[in-house]
Design a protein around this ligand. Structure first.
Ligand code: IMP
Length: 501
């Protein structure tokens, strides 16, 4: 019922294109919202990122985890078209693995189309990404190791290969050689030990000449053309497909990846991903303008939030101890389950357990903190579309048993005097909208308002008026202080675990 209500709300008579955008650091559960809205969409398209994403969809008792594929592939049997757009970076190995896993689950991918203009991730991109993270040690960004930084650099450097090159072997080899030559010196800069660690993986080692410290272009070409045989019939001009579909009256759903706070345009360097995860990046990444989009559904976790990898996170429960713990572990926090612990580190670990906050791509524990409204206010500014920033709050049920909910209502700058444009920050400056500058964010402490929890399960049959008043009050505070309009609450992994307001 609630899935139907959300579809009724988004797909009104005027909606041809709708978009789902994450307003935080990714992992907000937008895969579920995309899956619901896919009910009435004809085309589901991704426009940014690559196999660094991890979207979990629970549909009809089956769980799909998509990294590179649009979530719409779970609906292939219904005749829907799934598109990997021009803004995506495609790793053919990751793509083939995912296609095989769709087949193993009894699914099909006949409706998949991959943009001929999408960037092609090469083994050297993955290697440079991992080499840098290993060499940087504790100072590393903590990327997903899928080659995103290096491959998007090649777009700007004009040396990147495109998916279309998989259709023309001669051109592929020529471009590959130029690409490898342009970056040979970078590889030589990493020491033996770091190289040994990174090239131990079969995925990279098979193409690497350790003595010459060079990649073998022939071996890469052989493998890429073998892989491409699986999906070469799906390579197409997807911009044209989308435009043609729209003129035939088809409905298009744009699926965001990562989150606005990680965007290469709007995040805080260097703790970003390398594509633009905003609405603008998403639209351009499938060959559309933002003006082509009629409905934008922003998604934010609440009243807690998470971050994976390094970077400032003012409300993190347990602070640096939590960040260190999450950076070095790959398993669950077994036995830590007191969500009302007075020790912030333990409380954060308990929320992580209850919310199953472990990366879908890397298995890394996600860092957990209270909802940061200055960050949400910043993100909602960019999430605004036609005058409003409509948001669905997700994973609300995770805090059902939490007795005290904290909302961060301001950032207090604690550093030395620092100038941002014409504004001068001094120790003690209070900010109600985050300043996206790592120097500032790392020196901000949160100002909290505390709210009593709601202390009961949330049922899918509840309407807004049935919700506990404490929760209604928290939602109202979020709306006022972040400048958003909350249009729904998601309260569990199932499609119907939702309230549409
Ligand atoms: P990259 O995108 O692999 O280069 O990683 C850059 C930063 O973005 C790291 O902090 C990653 O943890 C983070 N990141 C990338 N993809 C995701 C995602 O899908 N969810 C959450 N964090 C992500």
């Amino acid at each position: 019922m609630s899935a139907q209500q959300l579809n009724d709300r988004v797909w009104d008579v005027n909606t041809r294109v709708a978009a789902v955008v994450d307003l935080q650091f990714g992992d907000t559960g937008k895969g579920k919202i995309v899956d619901i809205l896919a009910d009435r969409a004809d085309i589901i398209a991704r426009g940014t990122g690559g196999a660094n994403a991890g979207h979990t969809i629970v549909n009809g008792g089956k769980t799909f985890v998509c990294h590179l594929l649009p979530s719409g592939v779970a609906r292939d049997g219904e005749g829907k078209v799934s598109i990997i757009g021009r803004g995506v970076a495609v790793d053919p190995g990751a793509l083939c693995d995912e296609l095989s896993s769709v087949e193993r689950m009894g699914g099909t991918w006949n409706g998949l189309r991959v943009s001929h203009n999408a960037l092609l991730v090469l083994p050297i991109d993955i290697a440079l990404d991992r080499l840098k993270d290993v060499a940087d040690g504790n100072g590393a960004i903590g990327t997903t190791g899928r080659g995103m930084g290096p491959v998007y650099q090649t777009k700007a450097a004009r040396t990147g290969l495109r998916v279309n090159d998989l259709l023309n072997r001669g051109v592929f080899i020529e471009k590959l050689r130029r690409n490898l030559d342009a970056r040979a010196a970078l590889l030589k800069g990493f020491d033996e030990e770091v190289c040994r660690k990174v090239f131990a993986s079969e995925e990279l080692g098979a193409f690497w000449d350790a003595r010459a410290k060079m990649f073998d272009a022939g071996a890469i070409a052989d493998r890429y053309f073998r892989l491409a045989a699986k999906f070469r019939d799906a390579i197409a001009d997807t911009d044209d497909l989308i435009h043609a579909g729209m003129s035939e009256g088809k409905r298009v759903l744009l699926e965001g990846a990562q989150g606005l706070l990680l965007s290469v345009e709007y995040g805080a360097a260097p703790y970003q991903t390398s594509s633009d995860c905003s609405l603008a990046g998403l639209a351009l990444g499938v060959g559309l303008w933002t003006d082509d989009v009629q409905q934008v559904i922003n998604v934010a976790k609440a009243p807690y939030m998470t971050r994976v990898g390094a970077g400032p996170f003012p409300t993190e429960l347990g602070g640096a101890e939590s960040a260190g713990w999450c950076a070095t572990r790959r398993r669950k926090d077994e036995g830590i389950d007191n969500i009302n612990s007075l020790d912030p580190f333990l409380q954060g670990a308990a929320i992580r357990q209850v919310g199953n906050e472990y990366g879908a791509t890397t298995g890394r524990p996600r860092r957990v903190g209270w909802l940061d409204l200055p960050l949400l206010r910043y993100a909602s500014y960019w999430g605004k579309h036609r005058g409003a920033s409509q948001v669905i709050l997700t994973k609300v049920d995770v805090l059902n048993e939490c007795q005290k909910i904290r909302l961060c209502t301001g950032h207090i700058y604690e550093g030395e005097e620092y100038q941002v444009g014409q504004a001068v920050l001094k120790k003690g400056t209070l900010l109600d909208r985050a300043i996206m500058d790592t120097h500032v964010l790392e020196r901000c402490t949160p100002l909290y308002s505390d709210y009593p929890g709601w202390g009961c399960p949330l049922g899918k049959e509840m309407a807004w008026k049935d919700l506990p008043v404490n929760l209604q009050g928290i939602v109202g505070a979020i709306e006022r202080q972040a400048g958003v309009e909350v249009i729904g609450l998601s309260m569990g992994p199932d499609r119907e675990d939702m309230i549409v307001i």
